[in-house]
Design a protein around this ligand. Structure first.
Ligand code: TA6
Length: 306
């Protein structure tokens, strides 16, 4: 898509000097933000934050697979995929895209601002594709996604029911974080929460009252938790805190060896480099909105060098 085409279809705002639209991987357009606080890349495809490196960071905070696809109908592997309006496999339609359609649709840039402190906030919007409404979730909605590149990475996903009947949806900011070696990493904050263990057919596990260590495939939906999670990464000598609002579940995931090998867009030896801590409302915490109602979920990602 040429620059004029992008500006004709996907950009509906003026751009401050810290914000540029450039051609990214796979020829997909992305928004590049360079300010005093750091650097970020956000693809129009899925409003996908693919890179974030705060000025204080010795290495990128988000992980991106070296095997990731960058294609119109495929999700990007890494960064922060937006899962909406369902999480995981569709409840009844095996042909439906995993994690919903939002991450494989182009979003429109509707606002871009720079504040006096140099923080940049960009806002994307997704509405039903009039040309190709989803047969899997045929509801009238408006989703907006606000991303702020400041000392922290602030994300806000808002969903509005613009129709005349209630709908139920799931949502996740499926954040992939870069770590030195997942075997040496712990995640704190979820000690008191029970979880559904996807590795054992979603069996229910009581609170373990200890930080999470990774010794194998880990795929857990922590329930009824509003906790701030912290990734402790001794190898990269940093912590990454994920604070949240409007979210009742947190998913923690590392595919480990076999699952990594089974994913064509995930390098066989990449799994030690990442961990997902996902801010979400999924499973029993799916949300229902009546006509005109809105729901907002936020995540604030705060990297601190040790
Ligand atoms: O969030 C964890 C999870 O649901 C895993 O079960 C795994 O499927 C992962 O998401 C990645 O899903 P994707 O569709 O992006 O390959």
């Amino acid at each position: 898509m040429s620059q004029p085409d992008i500006f004709a279809t996907l950009v509906r705002t003026t751009l401050p000097s810290a914000v540029h639209v450039e051609t990214g991987a796979g020829g997909l357009p992305h928004v590049v933000i360079r300010n005093r606080h750091g650097y970020a890349e956000i693809y129009f495809h899925g409003a996908h934050v693919a890179a974030w490196r705060p000025s204080a960071a010795a290495a990128p905070v988000l992980w991106l697979s070296r095997e990731s696809l960058f294609a119109a109908n495929k999700p990007i592997r890494g960064g922060i995929p937006i899962c909406f309006p369902w999480f995981g496999a569709h409840a009844s339609e095996p042909t439906a895209p995993a994690h919903g359609f939002a991450r494989v649709r182009p979003w429109t840039l509707i606002d871009a601002q720079e504040d006096r402190d140099g923080a940049v906030t960009v806002t994307f919007e997704l509405t039903p594709d009039a040309a190709a409404p989803s047969p899997f979730w045929p509801h009238a909605f408006r989703a907006t996604y606000r991303v702020t590149i400041g000392a922290t990475l602030d994300l806000a996903l808002q969903v509005q029911n613009t129709g005349t009947t209630p709908f139920t949806f799931e949502e996740a900011l499926h954040s992939y974080f870069a770590v030195q070696n997942v075997r040496d990493v712990t995640v704190s904050g979820l000690e008191g929460a029970e979880y559904l263990n996807k590795v054992t057919a979603f069996s229910r596990v009581p609170p373990e009252n200890a930080p999470i260590h990774f010794t194998g495939e880990t795929d857990r939906i922590y329930l009824n938790t509003h906790a701030t999670c912290t990734i402790h990464d001794p190898g990269k000598r940093r912590t990454i805190a994920i604070r949240k609002t409007g979210s009742d579940t947190t998913v923690v995931w590392n595919p480990w060896i076999d699952k990594a090998k089974a994913m064509p867009d995930f390098g066989d030896t990449e799994w030690p480099e990442m961990v997902c801590v996902e801010t979400c409302n999924v499973n029993v915490h799916a949300r229902t909105l009546g006509p005109g109602e809105t729901h907002a979920m936020t995540a604030t990602i705060d990297m601190r060098p040790l």
